[in-house]
Design a protein around this ligand. Structure first.
Ligand SMILES: Nc1ncnc2c1ncn2[C@@H]1O[C@H](COP(=O)(O)OP(=O)(O)OP(=O)(O)O)[C@@H](O)[C@H]1O
Length: 262
């Protein structure tokens, strides 16, 4: 394990009870404060890998090493569905992790206010989930995940169900949050443009069996700007990821335009 590594995944495999080999010999090292995206065809094991790292399911073989024991206890998981408590306000939803940790309401309230401000929901503290748009619900879900300032943030297609404009805005907000707290992020997405925009590295996976086939460094400073989103270098990286993905899906190659955007 190198000195900067937060998580070192070695030869990890997962065979489900029905015989499906979801992962085979996966090797991946994630450095502290890295922002790494996992992309790949449906069924290549992205979610399975994230769930194994989170300890939600067991691996069948291999090893996961953590930089230190406490790191493993400071993980937050963001799912595609915001999964909010419909009977509770935004404030109560976001406060939940602190409540479960036994933090007094008075102390928790200050942290909740700060976190709501970070995600731009300070004026919606008293709203109920049914009163919020899809993007706002996802902001609440993210606020609930980051309120404990986790060192590791595992995100499984959090913006997959959102429209493009909301997704673009949330991408920028996520990078701004990352810049403030600097967690180690593993981010699953199907969207090549999103992966390149957000990440320091894009890891491409292939299916049957699920494995890592490419690890592409996006060598541009984080957080990114609109200037990057409209640059030739951005498009070059998108093409590189698309090309690696295409090799995993010979029957349906992935196309990225050569000179225009999205
Ligand atoms: N609980 C389970 N039991 C049996 N097979 C499973 C189980 N969970 C996942 N699989 C299988 O393991 C493989 C990997 O699934 P996984 O959900 O990790 O892929 P994915 O890359 O996240 O897919 P998607 O992009 O569609 O979400 C798939 O073939 C899936 O059908």
């Amino acid at each position: 394990m190198n000195t900067k590594a937060a998580i070192a995944i070695t030869q990890v495999s997962k065979v489900f009870n029905n015989g499906v080999v979801a992962l085979k010999d996966v090797n991946l090292t994630v450095n502290a404060s890295d922002f790494v995206s996992l992309v790949g065809a449906s069924g290549c094991g992205k979610s399975t890998l994230l769930r194994i790292i989170a300890g939600l399911i067991d691996k069948s073989g291999g090893e996961i090493l953590w930089a230190d024991r406490t790191l493993k206890e400071q993980i937050a998981f963001v799912f595609q569905e915001p999964a909010l408590m419909p009977w509770s306000t935004v404030r109560e939803n976001v406060r939940l992790p602190l409540k479960l940790a036994g933090v007094s309401k008075k102390i928790a309230d200050t942290t909740v206010d700060k976190t709501l401000e970070l995600v731009g929901l300070e004026n919606f503290a008293k709203a109920y989930p049914r009163q919020l748009s899809g993007g706002m619900k996802m902001r609440v879900s993210i606020a609930r995940s980051i309120i404990t300032e986790p060192q590791v943030l595992l995100m499984d297609e959090p913006f997959g169900a959102l429209d493009d404009i909301t997704r673009t805005n949330l991408n920028d907000e996520l990078l701004s949050l990352w810049n403030k707290q600097r967690p180690t992020v593993l981010f699953v997405t199907h969207n090549i443009y999103e992966a390149v925009y957000l990440s320091k590295r894009v890891v491409v996976m292939a299916a049957r069996p699920g494995r890592v086939v490419a690890d592409i460094k996006i060598d541009e400073p984080l957080p990114r700007t609109d200037e990057f989103r409209t640059s030739e270098v951005y498009l070059k990286y998108c093409r590189e990821v698309a090309s690696a993905l295409s090799h995993t899906m010979e029957e349906s190659p992935v196309k990225v335009p050569r000179s225009s955007f999205q």
